[in-house]
Design a protein around this ligand. Sequence first.
Ligand code: 4JH
Length: 419
Amino acid sequence: MNLSPPRGTRDFFPEELRYRNWLFGHFREVARLFAFEEYDAPVVESEELYTRKAGEEIVDQLYSFQDKGGRKLALRPEMTPSLSRLVLQKGGSLALPLKWFSIPQCWRYERMTRGRRREHYQWNIDVFGVGEVTAEAEILSVLTTFFSRLGLTPDDVVVKISSRKILETVLAEAGIADDRFAPVCVLIDKLEKMPREAVEAGMAELGVAADVIDRILQIASMDSLDAVAASIGEDNDGVRELGQLLTQAESYGIGQWLRFDASLVRGLAYYTGIVFEAADTGAQLRAICGGGRYDRLLSSFGGKDIPACGFGFGDAVITELLKDKGLLPQLDQQVDDVVFPFGAELRQPAAEVASRLRSQGRSVDLVLEDKKMKWAFRHADQVGASRLVLLAPEEWSRGLVRVHDMATSEERDLILADL
Ligand code: 4JH
């Protein structure tokens, strides 16, 4: 039998899970600071939750299959559709606005797998029910608070922001139908990974003329919000909202993390307004996270729209970055006491001592086999124990245990009550 996990998936040995739990602990703690509540949903969903037709990579790579009942299912590639399903399920009974977070494992299936991962964990932060950019300001503050906690600064990470309403205006002025908006955004997002000719061919297929493509690329190359405003007009929702967002970001004290980037669109079909992503300032890695506003997703599922925005933050790129910056902590196993019976006749008393310590909340590793003293010391060192508690015949007969402090090597004989 092949003992490797399936292609593109990972096992988490204790040492790796220790790191994952550390990262998730920061996700959860930052979410708590901002009063977001945790939710979850099944990793398997109906395929129809994801079959959008805008040419997104995430849909091309859907990990889909039929179950034994012939139902078309998929492993979730992202959390936003599940979250939307949950919100729709409750109809009008949910108190809005809601601020929810999750840390789902998400899946993709590529036929061409150049050693790429097929699963990751993605911290999701979402706000439903707020149509104003106060929601974006809040979730960007969640994001930068997280970076700061890990020791990252604006020298390490930049959060690029833009708005799809700029592109929407350009398309509307060119007389291009609304239903082309999402597929055009998805194509523009591919400019970095695909030759320009291929993007132009795709645009032509969508009925977008060459001069409109030129105009889009011209605006995408602008280096300031003022330049974009001058080009498409100050009286534009996208320009106005970006201005408001940058102003509010100053109140949060997070302005130094943000940079307007006219070329940013993001690759998900459902974004409708502000979009953002975080990148390493060295531009060595893929995006650390991405997000934006999606005010019309619920109606695409047949429901009544609720304004919403959020971000997804994968576990892979941040881990690479923290490694590069030397910000990954050394995480060792942590045990309070190793309890060691010296001789078979002290096993039952040792179990009693261990239970007593555990009932005080201490983490206790009871030695379960006959071992030599030397082994016990080495073991206590290996598991990171603070104390080695020794039960020896002579001391035990006087009601004493020998406590060895692993840090100082200091030894004392204590009665159980003082342990
Ligand atoms: C994605 C989606 C599911 C799994 C992986 C990556 Br790995 C795209 N962000």
